[in-house]
Design a protein around this ligand. Structure first.
Ligand code: MRU
Length: 346
């Protein structure tokens, strides 16, 4: 299985996704600075992977804190958390993972700094392992919705690279293929940073799952001319009414799917549901640099000085979503009620 993140005790290895598909090169991160830089450059990306790397980075940095005072330790620990929290504001899994670490520290505050450092490493490791197990369950829950011989359109990269391993949307596709079904994937390239063309295509090729790559603007014509059995995408944050933030362009795919009568599914762990957010209108949307639009790699493609708007995500309204595939089953409309049901006992 592709391993985008590896914990190595005194450092973390991150498979540098900016170098894929040409080079499979790991970055060595020994401190929080290098992890923050990797997150900002999208060397590591995808909401669940960001939760895992956030936890590992905080555990790593906590190990470097030199003090016997809980007060000082906690102040430095929370400072690191808030620095990582700010990196990718839409990906709720960062906040979710950091809250887990904060809980561990506060619950065990009387046990001494040395023990706290060990517990943080253990918790980060649990988050990592649970993510892989959760994705495999999502795959098992979701594979039933893929008919044998179906073509599945996916957007961005919600595969192994976007998680600790196996993937969410791609995990469902993988599980269907592993169960012996014939699956054909339609991968959208995903402008501006081409997570579909570079990363999803790389993963599918490695797994020998047949696919075709299309430009994002081909999706409508593809649905009209060739049809698609279903669409499956990942999620960066899901509101309590089912509205889902995902890579910019997901909204366009959902509208197209609706127009063509194609089911549109979201695959995500329950940790991607933000229990504090009632609707998509409240989801913070990250805006990224103009350079991602004006350049491809080092090559300028737009005239100098043009005005650019570059939101990294959009929100798919719940009414366009057929179901949310989670580790506990598929949540179907009415989402308000059924999301609460799924969360009960979490
Ligand atoms: O900007 P990115 O590449 O981090 O965006 C990633 C996505 O939009 C994914 O679809 C989402 O995080 C789910 S990944 C399992």
């Amino acid at each position: 299985m592709i391993q985008p993140i590896k914990w190595k005790g005194d450092h973390i290895l991150i498979l540098d996704q900016t170098k894929l598909p040409e080079h499979e090169k790991y970055l060595i991160c020994r401190d929080v600075e290098s992890v923050i830089d990797a997150i900002n450059r999208l060397a590591v990306r995808g909401a669940p992977a960001l939760g895992v790397i956030a936890a590992m980075a905080v555990a790593l940095e906590a190990g470097n804190i030199k003090t016997d005072s809980f007060r000082e330790f906690y102040q430095k620990f929370t400072h690191t958390c808030s620095r990582i929290f700010k990196t990718r504001p839409t990906a709720v899994n960062i906040d979710w993972a950091l809250e887990r670490l904060k809980y561990i520290v506060l619950k065990n505050r009387s046990k001494g700094i040395h023990k706290l450092k060990k517990l943080l490493v253990q918790e980060a490791d649990s988050i990592y392992r649970e993510d892989i197990a959760t994705n495999k369950l999502i795959g098992q829950q979701g594979k039933e919705i893929i008919p044998d011989g179906a073509s599945v359109l996916t957007y961005c990269n919600a595969g192994s690279l976007a998680t600790a391993g196996y993937g969410t949307a791609l995990g469902v596709i993988r599980a269907a293929a592993e169960s012996g079904k014939k699956v054909f994937v339609v991968a959208c390239e995903t402008r501006p940073l081409l997570q579909g063309a570079r990363l999803t295509a790389w993963e599918l090729k490695k797994d020998r799952i047949p696919f075709t790559l299309i430009t994002d603007s081909t999706a409508g014509y593809y649905m009209k001319r060739k049809g698609a059995g279903l669409v499956i995408v990942g999620a960066d944050r899901i509101a309590l009414n089912g509205d889902t933030a995902n890579k910019i362009g997901s909204y366009m795919m959902a509208v197209l799917a609706k127009m063509h009568g194609i089911p549109f599914y979201v695959a995500a762990p329950l940790s991607t549901i933000d229990q504090n957010i009632k609707s998509g209108a409240d989801i913070p949307i990250e805006e990224r640099s103009a350079r991602e639009i004006t350049h491809i790699g080092k090559q300028r493609i737009a005239p100098e000085g043009v005005t650019v708007w570059n939101p990294a995500f959009d929100v798919v309204p719940a009414r366009y979503i057929t179901g949310i595939i989670t580790q506990k089953g598929i949540i179907r409309p009415p989402f308000k009620r059924n999301i609460q049901k799924a969360l009960a006992g979490c």
